[in-house]
Design a protein around this ligand. Sequence first.
Ligand code: 5GP
Length: 210
Amino acid sequence: MSKKGILVVVSGFSGAGKGTLMKRLLEKYDNYALSVSATTRAPREGEEHGREYFFHTKQEFEELILQDALIEYAQYVDNYYGTPKAYVEKQLNAGTDVILEIEIQGALKVKHKLPDTLLLFVTPPSAEELKRRLVNRGTESMEVIESRLRRASEEAKGMSEYDYILVNDTVEECVDRMHQVIQSQHDKTENCRAFIEKITEEIAVFGKGE
Ligand code: 5GP
């Protein structure tokens, strides 16, 4: 119902399959824009500047902070990550739903700044499955995997702050549920104020005619 786009934050343990889910959501459904974050982490093989991330030096990143060009930023396992503001605002104003795939500290900062934000947390069905997915991905050393699992045990404590928990058992099913949850936000009363005002005025005419 609402004309403005919904701002959606998707968080989840590293290895929960967020990347695959996001890719599939965008392929399957129109009207989603995925925000590309800025980071100081080194590109993984196959990652491109401007596609997966805007890769920056620490100095460049600190410049973005000073320019107030980020909606939020956070430190995650020794690197900075942040959400560029201009793109998100432009898409929301154009009526496109915008997805931020960010970690929990950033998610809570966005919710604080923009309370209408929808917070979704994606998790594998079990801890064992989480470790298996991280190891099978094969993109990180065992040391990095262990630090990400430690971080996951911290992040689990914040899951209750989210609006919805989505268990990623099979990708297709999880993507469909994510889409339904996001679309239902358009019909929330607070997102339909303009419509309520309009129809109330129109219906008032009937009242006068009595
Ligand atoms: P990765 O290094 O695996 O690409 O990302 C590490 C973590 O940083 C993930 O949990 C990811 O969601 C998060 N992240 C990516 N971009 C941002 C961002 O712009 N802000 C914040 N706060 N976290 C981000």
